[in-house]
Design a binder for this molecule. Structure first.
Ligand code: NDP
Length: 246
């Protein structure tokens, strides 16, 4: 599709992949709805988008709260009348070894990485079903393909997102023309590792950081590529790794 004037909701827009995606899609003419918890970061991004000639709406919220999502959708519909795409990007990755039993962190990952995606889909589907069109792009991870140290729970959440995307595609694409994609990046240079509290894992990551990571803009390009396909073509998965990552 041509994304000029398309209305696209991006969760986790306050940093990293979400921020880069909002910049890319707004530069290509989309009207972007920016959501995350850190309002000041969203305000900065909105200013940047507007100074590039783009249009953005901010609706702050927590993806784990259904009521916040309903507000995102209601405010989007009030301002832009429709929803063409949802990028379910918000996520966190407090890696740790299972034996450390950081069960609060496991729960947060399940809540944000899985339930957040479910909440997003539930909130936008009535509009997309009525329109008989739309794109839902879920940010899974290479962690849905490969385990890495301390990643047992994170990998499980991202596998859930990948499989949920396939289920959505089979149920929604043929019947309603709603295209569904799972994006599965390897290591991207963002703030994602900031939530790690396990000291052993932090050491592992220091070693890994010697490699050249993907940039958030690389994932934004993959998302753009997915969105501009003709409606007849559903990009199921985009599995994208840093050249140096095994
Ligand atoms: P960042 O930490 O830069 O971005 C994460 C975003 O998620 C932030 O904007 C944050 O906003 C938002 N977020 C976190 N919790 C919530 C919540 N409860 N409600 C609403 N928003 C929330 O990391 P990335 O850009 O790297 O991560 C984006 C996605 O990409 C994640 O799903 C991640 O798992 C995935 N991914 C990342 C990879 C990487 O190597 N970086 C590799 C593969 C996948 P705020 O704090 O303002 O709410």
């Amino acid at each position: 599709m041509n994304i000029k004037d398309k209305v696209i909701i991006i969760t986790g827009a306050s940093s990293g992949i979400g921020e880069a995606t909002a910049l890319k899609l707004s530069k290509e003419g989309a009207k972007v709805v920016l959501t995350a918890r850190r309002e000041e970061k969203l305000e900065e991004l909105k200013k940047k988008i507007e100074s590039n000639g783009g249009e953005a709406l901010i609706v702050t919220g927590d993806v784990t709260k259904k009521s916040d999502y309903e507000e995102v959708v209601n405010k989007t519909l009030k301002k832009f009348k429709t929803i063409d795409a949802l990028i379910n990007n918000a996520g966190l990755m407090p890696l740790s070894y299972v034996e450390k039993l950081k069960t609060d962190e496991w729960e947060k990952m399940v809540d944000v990485n899985i339930k957040g995606v479910l909440n997003g889909v539930a909130a936008v589907l009535p509009t997309m079903i009525e329109n008989k069109s739309g794109n839902i792009i879920n940010i899974s991870s290479s962690a849905a393909h490969n385990y890495f140290p301390g990643g047992a729970v994170y990998c499980a959440t991202k596998s859930a997102v990948k499989m949920f995307s396939e289920g959505l595609r089979q149920e929604l694409a043929p019947k309603y023309g709603i295209n569904i994609t799972s994006i599965e990046p390897g290591a991207v240079s963002t703030e994602l590792t900031n939530t790690i509290t396990d000291e052993d894992i932090k050491e592992t990551f220091k070693e890994m950081q010697k490699m050249t990571f993907l940039e958030a803009e690389d994932i934004a390009e993959a998302i753009y590529y997915t969105l501009v396909q003709p409606a007849r073509a559903n990009i199921n998965d985009v599995f994208i790794m840093p050249t140096q990552q095994q």
